[in-house]
Structures are given as structure tokens and as C-alpha cells.
Design a protein around this ligand. Structure first.
Ligand code: DGY
Length: 334
């Protein structure tokens, strides 16, 4: 950790749990005295607890668990700013109770995440990883009418589970592929149905009708293991499952069973229940699984914007103003 900057003790003290892309930290350096965890890997728990002890603000990532114990160890903490849209790694209820603002970075990662979800959908549908391996392994012996046959995305039915901004961005891409669009969601969105030409279905109906199912719900107690044995059982045996949301939305053992028994055709996932996925995880033995290391938002511009927004949220909160994206604005009224 770097020591606080000399002569800047009156500035708010901030702990940052990783180096950030772009120039976001330069702005932080000019307005705060900050300690930066320099390692590529997340700070171990003890270092995180030590880092926040004197801090007014914490800039963290989705790999950092911010729970009541940590908040109790940081009596001066006023804001937790996460460089992520998902904040399931933060105990927001505990933060609110302790008067700590929680901020996140929605919006700026919508399009990159939707691009990536669509890339996964197409790659799994047309078996890109298997095809690439076949060439490298010398198994491209001839053009053959039934070599590596995949599933067409165009004209197929896409079921979007969770029609927030990212789900809608995926729907816009799918329209370009002439896909038929369905969605399920806690609340119906008639204006968006009209605008995107997307039809509402119950979760169960969507699973039964869709050729592709793409998940875009946050991880909450209600969505944990939404995709279990029963859900996969309801899907078509030809269906392709795509998850760029959170691993915890899926019961990973159930996903394994569905893929291993060809209950569904394929899955493409950017997130897993435990991250990173262990190299010996049984899922990795399945040819019909495509897995990437939680990189859906990882384009240069998007990650820079996420970092800038996380800094902006943090500085606004430390200045006593309402940050652009606050998860528990009720703290401001306390
Ligand atoms: C988020 O922001 O929640 C994403 O999962 C990280 O890209």
C-alpha cells in the first residue's frame, strides 16, 4: 500500500482495492489522499480490513466482499463505490443501517456487455470453440456436409430473462438477426414491448418456447439458483443457454447435469458461481460448454468509463452531494 500523501491529511482518505484503467486515479490523486492496493489480485481480507480502518471512502471491485464486519471496522467510512453495475458483493442493508452510501456504475457498460452476450450466443450456436480446436488438432480433413453442424440464430426465438437496460440492448442486437423476441421479467414493460417488438411470457413459458435463453437479472435472494434442474428441464433439448449476469443465478451442478445429459444443447457463460472457476471443475470437461472469465464489460473504453464513474460517484459522495448512481439514496436523508 502507498502511504497517504504528505501534507494532504485534510483531504478525505480513500482506499482503492486495485489499479484502475485510464486516468481515473489521477483525478482521485488530486482530490483525496488515497491508498492503493497495488497487486493484480484482490487484497486478502486482512489487508482490506486494514485498508478501510481510517478511510472516508472505499473504491472497490466485485471481487471484494463488503459485509457488516468490514463496515464495522471502518467507523469513518461514508461511501463504498464499486466499479460494477452489480452490487451483490455488498451488504447494502448493513451499509444503509450504518449510514454509508453505496454507489455503482450502471449504463456505461450496457452496450459492451450486450455485444459480448451476443458474441457468446453466436459462438455457442455455431460451435466456434470446438471448430477452432478441430483445426488446431488437425481434424479438418475435408469439407463435409455434416461436420460441426450448429444452430442458426437468425429466425430463431430468443428468450431474454430480465429486460433491464442490458437485456434491452441484447434485444436490439437480436432484431438485426431477425430473431423472434420473448422476455420474462418481474414487471411487464408495455412501452418497450412495442418499441422492440418483444412479447412477454411467464418464466416457464419462455423456457419452453425459446431456442436461446439469455440471462440479464441481478443476483438477489429471489434470483439465486433461478436456473435449477426444473428450469433446464423445461427448456428445449436444442436450446442454447447464455449467462453474462451472475453465476449465482444458476445452480451450476444443475447446469452440468443438463449439459452432460444433452438435456439442453449448449451453454455459453461468462460468470460462474465461484470465480475463478477451478481448473478441474467438471464443467470444463464438457464439449458443449463455452466459458469465459467474467469479461463481458471488458472493452477498453467501457472499463475506462466504469473507472471514471466509480471515481465520480466517490468524490461526489465525499463532497456531501448526491452521486450520479446511488444504490441507497435513503442514506442522504438520514
Ligand atoms: C458488473 O459491472 O457488474 C459486471 O459484472 C462487471 O463487468
Amino acid at each position: 500500500m502507498t502511504p497517504p500523501l504528505a501534507g494532504e491529511r485534510s483531504q478525505p482518505r480513500v482506499f482503492v482495492t486495485r489499479r484502475l484503467p485510464g486516468g481515473a486515479l489521477d483525478r482521485l490523486a488530486s482530490e483525496t489522499a488515497f491508498d492503493l492496493w497495488q497487486d493484480e489480485l484482490p487484497p486478502p481480507r486482512e489487508q482490506l480490513l486494514r485498508g478501510v480502518r481510517q478511510a472516508d471512502g472505499l473504491l472497490c471491485l466485485l471481487t471484494d466482499t463488503i459485509d457488516d464486519e468490514l463496515l464495522a471496522a471502518a467507523p469513518g467510512l461514508r461511501v463504498v463505490s464499486t466499479m460494477a453495475v452489480g452490487y451483490d458483493h455488498i451488504d447494502v442493508e448493513a451499509a444503509t443501517r450504518r449510514g454509508v452510501l453505496v454507489t455503482n456504475t450502471p449504463g456505461v457498460l450496457t452496450e459492451s456487455t450486450a455485444d459480448f452476450a451476443f458474441a457468446l450466443l453466436l459462438a455457442a450456436a455455431r460451435r466456434l470453440p470446438e471448430a477452432e480446436r478441430a483445426v488446431r488438432d488437425g481434424r479438418w480433413t475435408s469439407w463435409h456436409p455434416s461436420f460441426l453442424l450448429g444452430r442458426a440464430a437468425h429466425d430463431a426465438t430468443l428468450g431474454i430473462v430480465g429486460l433491464g437496460t442490458i437485456g434491452q440492448a441484447v434485444a436490439r442486437r437480436a432484431r438485426g438477426f431477425q430473431m423472434r423476441l420473448l422476455y420474462s421479467s418481474r414487471t411487464r414493460k408495455p412501452d418497450i414491448e412495442e418499441e422492440l417488438g418483444i412479447d412477454y411470457r411467464s418464466f416457464e413459458e419462455l423456457l419452453a418456447e425459446a431456442d436461446f435463453v439469455s440471462v440479464h437479472v441481478p443476483l438477489t435472494p429471489e434470483t439465486r439458483h433461478l436456473f435449477d434442474d426444473d428450469a433446464f428441464q423445461r427448456m428445449k433439448p436444442t436450446a442454447v443457454f447464455v449467462n453474462t449476469a451472475r453465476g449465482g443465478v444458476v445452480d451450476q451442478a444443475a447446469l452440468y447435469r443438463a449439459l452432460a445429459s444433452n438435456r439442453i444443447a449448449a451453454a455459453a457463460i461468462d460468470v460462474t458461481e465461484a470465480e475463478p472457476l477451478a481448473p478441474d471443475d467438471p464443467l470444463l470437461r464438457l464439449p458443449n460448454l463455452l466459458v469465459t472469465p467474467h469479461i463481458a464489460s471488458a472493452s477498453v473504453t467501457t472499463r475506462e468509463r466504469m473507472a471514471e464513474l466509480a471515481v465520480e460517484n466517490l468524490l461526489e459522495a465525499l463532497a456531501g452531494r448526491k452521486p450520479p448512481h446511488c444504490v441507497n439514496a435513503e442514506v442522504l436523508a438520514q
